[in-house]
Design a protein around this ligand. Sequence first.
Ligand code: MN
Length: 190
Amino acid sequence: MKHAMPLLPYTLEALDPLMSKETLDFHYGKHLQTYVDNLNRLIEGTPWEFLSLEEIIQKSDGGVFNNAAQAWNHTFFFQTLTSEQEEMPDNLKAKLTESFGSPEEFVQQFTKAATTLFGSGWVWLVADDKHQLSIVAESNAGNPLRDGLKPILVIDVWEHAYYIDFRNRRAEYIDAFWKLVDWKKVAERI
Ligand code: MN
């Protein structure tokens, strides 16, 4: 099966200035495109060709895993952003309060994890099989599906995610990210 580029639920200009068109041109149009192209090239003519992206992530390693997980992670990341942020739905507020003390405390803990993750990676809000939420930091292409956890929200903290708009200032990128999160979509995953 050939893996396709996901569609964005907004235009490339829509998130500007919090996330510029130039950033999306590179991050979506070049970085993600390269992961998708590499994955398709690596799996052609192999048994991986017949598996879903999620199955590949759970079973592969090396280059196949890296490109499959990066394709999935970026798709999930981009599809959780919006130019028309609304207030956090009550069910999500309640769940975050149950797990972290309050929505604000969750944002603080997630921000800290994203700020302090060394090098390239992803910080996830995940649910376990008992519907308990937690924050998981993963290096490189790490994806919590491999640990049986359900992704709820993610931030990309690879430098390519913020270097065009914020240079080395990861903290400012994280602040901008919070203004772009589609809380309705996050709440639907709980
Ligand atoms: Mn990225």
